[in-house]
Design a binder for this molecule. Structure first.
Ligand code: FAD
Length: 418
């Protein structure tokens, strides 16, 4: 009997992991991995600022899925079959150790994405995956064998390369990331593509006095994002002031959860910042009143009433309309209220999106209802599988995007090789 012929389109994280899983689970199968560019695993190489945030130290699938604005529900079952613990074990078995940082992100101990790239290249080679670079696929045709006058059975696929070469295969894994040709192929084969829009970005705020504070970060802020008539989104975490506006984990998470709404509003929104969420409004007020009573002669701008970086405090005092010359004894009740307001519910107008260089991802892709998450096989086209970013799945920053790629690719590769 002829060997099973499996083709994987896309030499990224998902394509490699899927091809390796297929080759390992059926060593008799022929596995061909087609990559459009001449550099496979390009995104892995630049990921995590060159360190590759491989996964996240979150080992409970129910908690893990809370990090996926899209796809969490569908991933629950998939994570019970292959989750971050399996990723750690998989890389360890190849001699690559991962370490966990304080915030849960996991990186190779070498702090170099090259370690992950080299590992995947090596394992693919050992497993006899046939890697073909500069092999851009332009179209896929489903082949049907006529069983009877009324019944057609799937009998594989014909893959057309840009070079006009045609490749035949029994089963096919589409792992083309957010590439438009991949979406086009999936759509041509009958799948619905949820509109692809960017996720994981920073917020532009046109406020020169704020952006002059670039580099200041505050560990624990509470953010509320108001986009048109959409329900308010909330995140707590670190905030970083940049030359263009605001970044940091809390902002990036909001950008992911609000990706669709923000896209629809052309990235115009209101951000409400509570700079001191650990204090209740009353506690905050009492702290400021204590300054007014005890530090009467000190300048408000130079004597901070609360635990915030000095330059940020000065900026907030000015936003509250308080003169730089005013001393604490001169703080009127009106000014006190304005200061409480600015510290606990400061309003900032977002007028665009910026780039988060360490990680970005596309929200949208193949509709998840059309995919069987036990195997990642299409429910519409037998023998066709999906993995990675081509699916309508995306996570917040922290290694969750690679984890969904490893998981979906592992399940797809294993299933397609059977
Ligand atoms: C700068 C940056 C940093 C990131 N850092 C992290 C991180 O540290 N941690 C994390 O979890 N996530 C990170 N991400 C997200 C992560 O890279 C993606 O979620 C992940 O790469 C998706 O893998 P994939 O294999 O599905 O797609 P991709 O990595 O995009 O791979 C798709 C591959 O398919 C090929 N291809 C496309 N179309 C065709 C075609 N028609 N024919 C043949 N080949 C084709 C492409 O050339 C590409 O090589 C980062 C993303 C970026 C942009």
């Amino acid at each position: 009997m002829e060997a099973l012929r499996l083709v994987v389109i896309g030499g990224g994280a998902a394509g490699f992991f899927g091809a390796i899983a297929a080759a390992k689970s059926n060593p008799r199968a022929r596995v061909i991995l087609l990559e459009a560019s001449n550099q496979p695993l390009a995104k892995v190489r630049i990921s995590g600022g060159g360190r590759c945030n491989v996964t996240h130290a979150c080992f409970d699938p129910k908690i893990l899925i809370q990090n996926y604005p899209r796809g969490g529900k569908a991933l629950l079952g998939a994570f019970t079959r292959f989750q971050p613990q399996d990723t750690v074990a998989w890389f360890a078995a190849q001699g690559v150790q991962l370490k966990t940082e304080a915030d849960g992100r996991m990186f190779p101990t070498t702090d170099s994405s090259e370690t992950i790239v080299n590992c995947l290249l090596k394992v693919a080679k050992t497993a006899q995956v046939e890697l073909r670079t500069q092999a851009a696929v332009v179209a896929v045709k489903q082949l049907k064998e006529q069983k009877s006058a009324s019944e057609n059975a799937n009998s594989g696929f014909e893959i057309l390369l840009k070079s006009t070469e045609k490749i035949l295969c029994d089963r096919l894994l589409l792992a083309t990331g957010s590439n438009p040709t991949g979406y086009k192929i999936a759509q041509h084969l009958g799948h619905t593509i949820e509109q692809p829009v960017p996720s994981l970005f920073t917020f532009n705020v046109s406020d020169e006095k704020l952006t002059q504070l670039a580099g200041i970060s505050v560990n624990n802020v509470k953010l509320n994002l108001l986009v048109g008539k959409h329900p308010l989104l909330e995140q707590t975490g670190s905030l970083l002031i940049t030359h263009w506006g605001l970044s940091g984990p809390a902002v990036l998470k909001l950008s992911a959860w609000g990706a669709r709404a923000l896209h629809a509003s052309n990235y115009q929104a209101t951000l409400i910042i509570n700079w001191l969420p650990q204090l209740s409004l009353e506690e905050l007020r009492q702290k400021l009143i204590a300054c007014r009573n005890d530090s009467t002669k000190r300048l408000i701008v130079s004597h901070r009433g609360v635990d915030l970086p000095q330059r940020l405090w000065k900026y907030i005092v000015s936003r509250a309309g308080i003169s730089a010359e005013n001393r604490w004894s001169q703080l009127s009740n009106k000014n006190l209220n304005q200061l409480v307001q600015e510290l606990s519910q400061g309003k900032y107008f977002i007028n665009g999106k910026g780039v988060f260089k360490e990680e970005f991802v596309t929200c949208g892709g193949v509709n998840l209802k059309q995919v069987n998450f036990q195997t990642m096989e299409s429910k519409l086209v037998p023998g066709l599988y999906f993995a990675g970013e081509i699916l309508d799945i995306d996570g917040v920053t922290g290694g969750f995007n690679f984890q969904s790629a490893w998981t979906t690719a592992y399940l797809a590769g294993t299933a397609m090789a059977k």
